[in-house]
Design a binder for this molecule. Structure first.
Ligand code: MIG
Length: 679
């Protein structure tokens, strides 16, 4: 049951796709106070767990900290960060009551979940205009599903997007790209995509190509395509202020940019120097911005990542002038402790300063709205512009798209990646914990930069990250480190190769579970509690996840870890794999176990009466045969598994011929439409 409450006169976020009547009673469950800010309070039981809030810091259970939905670029994901790049305003309270809560708000919302007062959940809204949806259901899965039905079907990527992707903010020339692809091929490590970071552009201008480094860009795209490898360029939100740059000229002429208080195009500094932001909250402008992507699609590109769309601001003249005048004031004095820190602080406040978001305006259907009131809608709508354009330009084939900035609603158009993590063990753990909460907010196609984006990784950390990444729909190694982070750059290339082959082998299962989750409004990654609600210990587990209907994972995320404690909420079969031809299958009983996991091993668990189909890997997904499958299983009774499969591109997903029934008992397995056999 869903109830909708309205406060003020909200600006439509276009997040909800179902119309629910507004309820005119006072809000249930929460205590409402109209203080300086509107505040909603809920007293939590000691046993209550809070799931959700998507991409954020800290654990699966969000209790104990304050999270602020304010999309923000910030390169250090430390524990004290209240906001990352996303505004994911959905959570579930699970305990004495089970309740889904969604704040449909364009503005900033804060969730103090037992930080100030250990048992108080206190939600405050910066503006007084929003809707709240309260969702009651039979259980956690049901509540999560009702929410997803409210927000519409999640984005489904093409199948090749489930391959392994290599990226690095450093590749520049055609030879750089060729060399990387060649090394993957020579080492026989599967690869489906290679990424173009901002250096492929001319002066960081979106929708341009740096012809000095990439004189034969179009040919290069085709050359790789012949090998089954996709090139995936980045697009940045800021449009460089430069006459002669077509997107700028046209944008100015057609009045596409956000305005400052005087009605001039708002200007701030990002990568290219001074930039304007396209006013993508306006439908017409969104269409225009989407049209720009045709430049890349025409060159054979079929995947894009959208960056800096929180939108990220490095500086504005206002903030720079403040900093300069402080410097002038202090220049000739001897800095004391106070003035020293003041000056440092002044400069570190230059980027992503909330005050800068008060300096520009949008035109939403003729209504002038200050940016900070709708800040969280920006990245969402910029990526939506791309998603909508892809449907126009590529009506037959799905295009890969994922974004850094996001809000719920954008999940219908795109996936997300978790931004600038670091090569820290704690960030591997964070990535594991983010996945189920991101899924709850509708973003199924997601993943973090494997190995860590910033600071230098090491072979062991990357190995463990890859072993977890086998299960994330987006499996991309991306970094800006000094140290090379490609899988062949380390001593045990062979082990990396084995791990990536394992990933490829399981694509039939991973793709099937991802698409089915999207079609049925369910999660691909789930906390254990969603499958084992009455199991007290399962509810507390923070480092194991359910993946699809058959698998539980328990990744290694500690330095020097060669094993770990695993809790089995029921009897399960452990699969411990060194390679596709070298693995153990061990039946284990419900309860606590210590499992050894060598550096060269990945583990997962199969639930009773479930199977995991897999295929022979190849160097690209294109070269795999998805009609000949093998099965790993833990089956006592006769069971039936529904495998989703298609040509990998079609937008026409929901066709009966895409669903293949696999029947299995302990002795045999069978499928009418595919060749299947037990391994
Ligand atoms: O200010 O394009 O998160 O993945 O490599 C940094 C350069 C801009 C941030 C993205 C990262 C990307 C980087 N970008």
């Amino acid at each position: 049951m869903i109830k909708r409450y309205r406060y003020g006169q909200p600006i439509s976020t276009d997040t909800i796709v179902k119309s629910i009547p507004i309820c005119d009673e006072n809000i249930a469950f929460f205590q409402f106070e109209n203080k300086e800010k509107m505040t909603f309070t809920y007293t939590m039981d000691d046993n209550d767990i809070i799931y959700g809030l998507g991409e954020n810091m800290r654990g699966i259970n969000k209790r104990g900290f304050t999270y602020i939905s304010r999309c923000m670029d910030g390169a250090k994901h430390t524990e004290d960060r209240n906001s990352l790049y996303a505004a994911h305003n959905f959570f579930i309270i699970d305990g004495k009551k089970q309740l889904g809560v969604f704040f449909d708000a364009a503005g900033i919302v804060s969730y103090d979940i037992g930080e100030t007062e250990i048992d108080q959940l206190i939600i405050t809204c910066d503006d007084n205009d929003f809707d709240i949806y309260l969702i009651e259901g039979d259980n956690l899965k049901d509540i999560a599903k009702q929410f997803r039905q409210l927000i519409g079907q999640s984005y489904i990527p093409p199948k090749w997007a489930l391959g392994y992707h290599q990226s690095r903010w450093m590749y520049k020339t055609e030879d750089d790209f060729r060399n990387i692809v060649k090394q993957y091929q020579e080492n026989q490590i599967p690869l489906d995509a290679i990424y173009l970071d901002i250096d492929y552009m001319e002066d960081y201008e979106s929708f341009t190509i740096n012809r000095e480094n990439l004189p034969h860009f179009e040919e290069l795209v085709q050359e790789f395509k012949k090998q089954g490898v996709h090139m995936v360029p980045i697009i940045d939100a800021g449009i460089k202020v430069k006459e002669g740059y077509q997107v700028y000229d046209e944008g100015v002429k057609q009045n596409r940019f956000c305005k400052d208080k005087d009605g001039k195009n708002f200007k701030c500094g990002v990568w290219p120097g001074y930039c304007h932001f396209v006013d993508v909250l306006n439908e017409d402008n969104r269409h225009w911005f989407g049209d720009q992507y045709q430049f890349l699609l025409d060159k054979g590109i079929d995947g894009i990542w959208n960056d800096m769309n929180e939108p990220s601001i490095f500086y504005t003249d206002e903030r720079l002038n403040e900093a300069y005048s402080l410097v002038d004031e202090l220049r000739d004095s001897e800095l004391n402790l106070f003035t020293y820190f003041k000056m440092r602080g002044q400069f570190s406040k230059l980027s992503s300063n909330p005050k800068d978001y008060q300096l520009f305006y949008h035109d939403i259907n003729g209504q002038k709205v200050r940016h900070d009131k709708v800040h969280n809608l920006y990245g969402y709508n910029l990526t939506r512009a791309a998603g909508e354009a892809f449907e126009r330009f590529s009506p037959e084939k799905r295009i890969l798209l994922f974004s850094r900035g996001s809000m719920i609603g954008m999940h219908r158009y795109s996936g997300i990646w978790t931004g600038d993590n670091l090569a820290w063990w704690s960030h591997l753990k964070l990535c594991i914990q983010q996945m189920p909460n991101i899924n709850l907010c509708g973003f199924l196609y997601s993943g973090g930069d494997l190995g860590g984006f910033g600071s230098d990784t090491n072979e062991e950390l990357l190995m463990r990250w890859v072993q977890f990444g086998i299960f994330t729909p987006l499996m991309r190694n991306h970094s800006q480190s000094q140290r090379a982070q490609e899988l062949y750059a380390f001593k045990h290339t062979e082990i990396f190769k084995n791990m990536i082959e394992i990933r490829y082998a399981f694509i039939p299962y991973l793709y099937s579970e991802l698409v089915k989750a999207a079609l049925s409004d369910e999660s691909y990654f789930r906390p254990l509690a969603f499958d084992y609600e009455d199991d007290k210990q399962a509810r507390l587990i923070e480092d194991q996840l359910m993946v699809g209907e058959a698998i539980m994972i328990a990744p290694i995320y500690e330095q020097n870890g060669r094993g770990r404690f695993v809790y089995l909420p029921e009897n399960m079969k452990l699969i411990r794999m060194r390679s596709l031809s070298d693995y153990d299958e061990i039946e284990l009983e419900k309860g606590n176990h210590y499992i050894h996991v060598g550096f060269n091993e990945m583990i997962f668990f199969i639930k009773p009466n479930h199977i995991v189909p897999f295929a022979k890997p190849a160097l690209t997904t294109r070269d795999m045969n998805f009609d000949e499958l093998y099965v790993l299983g833990y089956v006592q009774d006769e069971i039936e598994y529904t495998l989703y499969d298609d040509d990998g591109y079609t937008r026409d997903i929901n066709q009966p011929e895409h669903f293949h029934k696999i029947y299995a008992s302990k002795e045999y397995c069978d499928c009418k439409t595919k060749k299947v056999q037990y391994r």
